[in-house]
Structure formats: structure tokens, C-alpha cells
Design a protein around this ligand. Structure first.
Ligand code: SF4
Ligand code: SF4
Length: 155
């Protein structure tokens, strides 16, 4: 973990992100590592660590987070959401971080174009993860993207 100069930290960053995803606040992270443990991206990109990104948000490393390559790696599979004891939905956080990063010029539209093949790969990884869960016998909310969890009733 990089050293953070306290005067450069932005203590409002966590509230800014919470507001963007429609929460009053981001619940305290237990740093249990369950999210990182189930993350399919982590299995192929070994320094990708959602727990670490949450920690950086909480301590206000706004510039470091928004300029980090890592915020683009999440394949939005929600596997971490289903195991997080605090119900922290990293995929939603990742999307907001990406929007902010673009809006504030940390990346440009050309970057997004160049990222397309990587995104296709990540989406494939996401699909495989969900497929494996279904094959392993899981069904219902555990195998659905979070938006479906709240919009589809299970019979
Ligand atoms: S699973 Fe949730 S509580 Fe545990 S480290 Fe990840 S974000 Fe924090
Ligand atoms: S939603 Fe993102 S961080 Fe969470 S398990 Fe899937 S790829 Fe990993």
C-alpha cells in the first residue's frame, strides 16, 4: 500500500461515491477479503484487489483511485456482492469510479475505444463465472446480476 499524505487525502471521497450509488454511506468494510477471494478477475490479474480499492476510497485516495488502471478491470459479475458481509456492491462502485475518471480527464474516449477488446474478455469471464455457478447448482439471486436480484421475482 502506498503512503498517503493526509493533507492530500480527500475524506469526502467515500461519501461522494456513496451518494452516487444511492446510499447514505458505504458500510464499514471488515477487510475480510471475501470479495477478493471469489473475484474471477483476480484469478487472472493477480494484483487486482477490490478490497484494496474500497480501502483506498475509505481513506480518501481520490486521485490515486481515479487514475488507477484497476478501476477498469471489474467484469461486473457481482460475485463479491453475494459474499460481502456488509453487502458492498463493488460493481456499482466500479462503474461510478469509471464515470468519474472519464469526466475528470483521467482517461479519454480513445482509451475507452482501445479498451473494447479487454472489455469483451472481461464480459466473457463474467459469463463463465455465472455459468459455473449455475452448473454448481446455485440458482436464484446468487446467479443474477444485482439489478435482477431486485427486479425479478423468483417463483
Ligand atoms: S467482502 Fe465486503 S467487508 Fe469483506 S473485504 Fe470485501 S468489501 Fe470489505
Ligand atoms: S463484481 Fe468485479 S470485483 Fe466483484 S467479483 Fe466480479 S469482477 Fe471481481
Amino acid at each position: 500500500m502506498e503512503k498517503v499524505l493526509l493533507q492530500k487525502a480527500d475524506p469526502r471521497f467515500k461519501d461522494e461515491i456513496a451518494e452516487k450509488i444511492g446510499l447514505e454511506k458505504i458500510k464499514p468494510c471488515y477487510t475480510c477479503g471475501s470479495c477478493t477471494g471469489v473475484c474471477p478477475v483476480r484469478k487472472v490479474i493477480e494484483d487486482f484487489d477490490p478490497r484494496r480499492i474500497i480501502h483506498m476510497i475509505v481513506i480518501g485516495m481520490r486521485n490515486e483511485v481515479l487514475s488507477s488502471d484497476q478501476i477498469w478491470f471489474c467484469c461486473l459479475c457481482n460475485s463479491c456482492y453475494f459474499v460481502c458481509p456488509q453487502g458492498i456492491r463493488f460493481s456499482r462502485i466500479a462503474l461510478e469510479l469509471q464515470k468519474l475518471s472519464l469526466a475528470e480527464g483521467y482517461v479519454d474516449k480513445n482509451f475507452l475505444k482501445r479498451l473494447e477488446p479487454v472489455n469483451n474478455y472481461l464480459q466473457d469471464l463474467c459469463r463463465r463465472t455465472m455459468f459455473k455457478k449455475v452448473k454448481d447448482g446455485l440458482h436464484g439471486p446468487q446467479t443474477m446480476p444485482c439489478w435482477q436480484k431486485y427486479t425479478v421475482k423468483n417463483g
